[in-house]
Design a binder for this molecule. Sequence first.
Ligand code: PLP
Length: 395
Amino acid sequence: MFSKVETVGRDLLWKLTEDYKNDSRDVKLDLILGVYKDQNGNTPVMSSVKKAELDLVNNQMSKVYRPLTGNSEFNKEIKKLVLGTNSHYLHQSVAVQTVGGTGALRMLADMIYWSRPNATVWVSKPGYVNHEPIMRAAGLNVKYYPWIENNNQLDLGAFTDAIGSAKKRDIILIQGCCHNPTGIDPTQYQWDEISELFTSLKVIPLIDIAYQGLGNGIDEDAKGLRTLVDALDVCLISTSCSKNMSMYCDRVGAAIITSKDNSQLNNISSMMEQIARRAYSMPPEHGAAVALSLMQEPRHWLEELNEIRNRILHIRSLINLEFEKKPLLNNFMSIKNHNGMFSMLPISQENTQRLKIEQGVYCTNEGRINISGLTNSDVTIFVNALENILLSSEH
Ligand SMILES: Cc1ncc(COP(=O)(O)O)c(C=O)c1O
């Protein structure tokens, strides 16, 4: 039955990780995957999560099936986290618990296809590697807009030029914060411009906010998203608890749709239920119940999230201090303006290969680095490795 199917190559990131593991050098750096690492290079379970898990195990009375839309209390709380505790869109929106942020993206893609099978979704280039495959797998057309820097900020002109040719009701998939892979986020002024542009073009935003809290804070990171929600009639939102609760393998996320026309909410809800029913019926309860208790009593969790954010900021500032000392690396210094775990090194693919082969520094082929993959003492090793590569490619 499957003999005629073309073999699909191994996932590139996992292949790189394997290369890293098989590298026998004593000094090597793993900056590949999008997973937070602490000062010891580990990704521990947060202690707030551990505590909530123990409470859950001790108090759970039944594992009977849950609703198709998942844990309804979780859905209420995740809306508050994303839209704001006092947002009046809490009553003009629907949320469904999903299998991670990926599940949310697929749920929304299926809803778009169901409503308009010929719809086009615009994704950023460079962008999150899974956006395009998820949209295409749902049957949607994909176009691209650039996400690049000009004077250490998002090049809004290049973005606007591309999006200017979008048609009414095209979907623009935009990341809410901590852009993967570039770390370039719009300023508030730019978010205002983007929301005016979207409003005038009558396009629909699909906002992926997978890293809320890892940039500047829970509410700060959602400012751009909330600007769009205020301005536009309908917003599609995908969110994830993988990163900000370090619950990667528990697969907790949510798809949220805001609509200023309340009469659409029932329809949206029933579409979501039917999509869930035919894909997996109901999402897993464990992670959502844990995330719910973190959101209901957030103090301990937010302290731990602050630690994560501060470590990332600290490593960024150390990198920048090292860059300042090296004239050859001066044009790398926009790294300090980036948000979240990622930045992209402005070097050629050939040089990312050389970083790996000659210096033992592993980043993705496009040059994305995970800042948290560096410990304090790794920073000089990393910066020296970059300098070595650039020095030798100058000759
Ligand atoms: C931008 C972006 N969106 C969505 C996801 C998917 O998140 P999850 O692991 O919760 O499925 C990721 C994961 O790396 C991501 O970087």
